[in-house]
Design a protein around this ligand. Sequence first.
Ligand SMILES: *[C@@H]1O[C@H](CO)[C@@H](O)[C@H](O)[C@H]1NC(C)=O
Ligand SMILES: *[C@@H]1O[C@H](CO)[C@@H](O)[C@H](O)[C@H]1NC(C)=O
Ligand SMILES: *[C@@H]1O[C@H](CO)[C@@H](O)[C@H](O)[C@H]1NC(C)=O
Ligand SMILES: *[C@@H]1O[C@H](CO)[C@@H](O)[C@H](O)[C@H]1NC(C)=O
Length: 493
Amino acid sequence: MKSTIILLSFFIYCGAFAHSSGLEENELLEDLDAKLLKDPYSLHDQIKYDFRKSLDLDEEGCILDPMKRAGLKECGFNTTAKTIFIIHGWTMSGIFESWMHNLVAAVQQREPEANVFVVEWLNLAHQLYPDAVNHTRRVGLSIADLLNWLQEEASMPLQNVHLIGYSLGAHVAGYAGTFVKGTVGRITGLDPAGPMFEGAESHRRLSPDDADFVDVLHTYTREALGVSIGIQQPIGDIDIYPNGGDVQPGCALGDVVAYAGGGFLDVLKCEHERAVHLFVDSLMNKEHVNYAYQCTDPDRFKKGICLSCRKNRCNNMGYNAKTMRKRRNSKMYLKTRADTPFGGYHYQMKMHVFNRKHSDDADPTFKIKLLGEHNDTSDLFVNLPDKVGLNFTNTFLVFVEEEIGELLKIQLSWQDPAESLSSLWKNFWSWSSQSSNQVLQVRRIRVKHGETQKKYTFCLQDSSENDITPGKHLTFVKCRDGWEVKPSKRFHM
Ligand SMILES: *[C@@H]1O[C@H](CO)[C@@H](O)[C@H](O)[C@H]1NC(C)=O
Ligand SMILES: *[C@@H]1O[C@H](CO)[C@@H](O)[C@H](O)[C@H]1NC(C)=O
Ligand SMILES: *[C@@H]1O[C@H](CO)[C@@H](O)[C@H](O)[C@H]1NC(C)=O
Ligand SMILES: *[C@@H]1O[C@H](CO)[C@@H](O)[C@H](O)[C@H]1NC(C)=O
């Protein structure tokens, strides 16, 4: 109950501010700018730069005192190593949450030589949301000043700087990138905050010109009461929307209730925070590639159309991302598992469903099972946005959570309507009379594996039997590399 009230007041405050006059806000911000330029350190005691040495966040780090050169030596700052800043966001508790411990430890383990700073602005972030938003600019400016000082005093190359910001912290990083003299190497935005930033001009939020490379993970972009917790619009050089950027596996109300006895607020936290856990996963699993694929929208991605890596159309999710320039379309997608390791395997499949026996009213529910070198999947539903097209090539995405090794066989089954309650309902009047004599045909399935970029054709194991009927299945075996029906044709042209 209490959490619902907090959430509601959060939305109300966001709503109130989102609709306040733009002019008024501009004046206030300009006024603030003037003050900040005069005294950039007025908030100095409210922002701490905690230089981490121990993996245990509860153990006090070395608090760097900007402007005092001795501090650098005492803290053991290494000028030639990478420098990584971790920036938290709005907080309701006023203390570090557990994700911060995980993220700091993962960064330190992955980059043992790096200078790792936690930017602590808890007092300024533990306020009403609009007030915390108001402080992002000043915190960003303070970080920019520290970076300028590190450049001058310690000759630290700005190229080696990586700012990692979660939620509001992502926009703090954006401001730091805007105000610093020069350009920082990289900014990673982990589900950057949406309220009061969605649709804002680029200098008032994280944007691609804040660093040489800006990569963003969007995990909570569902809208409620006109706002989305995480920003929906793309704001980086690459913008990755895992699972479409909205419903994250393992975060459903049922899951969080079962796991932590939580409620609605925990669903929100689970999805928003998922960006951090995906990033931590990428820090810990250097070898395992988790490609995200460029696509114009999540629905096309769900059809498996976008699994291409040609011309930089895919990139690794998280820390291992390759630097790339801003693209016309920066949106990238992938599916993930519910827990670490989050990565899985994406397959695009195409199959032509022939209707030669006048089963025009057939509305089959297909399931597919992949049989691999090491293991098999369970029966997975074939997810199509509409119903299965007859006399039509259906394209769909199959996501496999377990390592099955090389794909050897595919089993396609037509779920008997009588076995499923919901379709029993749907077909209540028709199945007994009609579905029994419905016959469709599938001759081959073309497959593209996203992770290896390889294409294969799977043909019927028993070529004399290509009929499929409710409750029956067909088995396909790999018959060709590639998709060409007659590969030799090419060479005659
Ligand atoms: C400083 O960092 C560089 C680059 O990571 C490394 O080669 C060097 O050993 C480090 N120096 C110290 C004193 O740790
Ligand atoms: C932002 O904070 C400053 C100082 O804390 C305050 O004077 C100003 O009114 C605030 N602006 C908004 C829009 O809340
Ligand atoms: C599919 O094609 C067959 C002929 O091959 C035709 O009899 C049937 O009506 C077509 N069905 C649909 C739904 O187009
Ligand atoms: C095969 O997959 C099942 C679950 O789908 C799992 O329980 C089993 O451990 C896997 N076996 C191997 C050898 O990976």
